[in-house]
Ligand binder design. Structure first.
Ligand code: FES
Length: 102
């Protein structure tokens, strides 16, 4: 099984007080992305898969997600940012430059 786009959201949690994506609303934004992709009929084989991930080692930039096969990294603040990534990158094939990590 393969996907047109495979998206990994870091949902790492740390209990020692160190920064992590969980402290920047990562779970809610992951849930939003999963729900929207399903609502739009874009989920499933050959389409888009939204997956949870552990630490992706970009903690200082969190919350983060990476989209394959392009290997493009994003950070985002709210559901409007995530919606823009879905509409522009995942649907129209136009990566959202303003939210990309280098
Ligand atoms: S905690 Fe998210 S990248 Fe490390």
């Amino acid at each position: 099984m393969s996907f047109k786009h495979h998206v990994f959201f870091c949902l790492n949690q740390r209990s020692n007080g160190e920064d992590c994506c969980d402290r920047h609303n990562a779970f809610a934004l992951f849930d939003f992305a999963k729900k929207r992709v399903k609502e739009l009929g874009l989920s499933g084989p050959g389409k888009i898969r939204i997956n949870k991930a552990g630490c992706l080692d970009r903690c200082a930039d969190g919350p983060v997600a990476v989209i394959y096969p392009e290997g493009i990294w994003y950070t985002f603040i709210d559901t409007e940012d995530v919606e823009e990534i879905i509409q522009s990158h995942l649907i129209q094939g136009r990566p959202v430059e303003r939210l990309q990590l280098t």
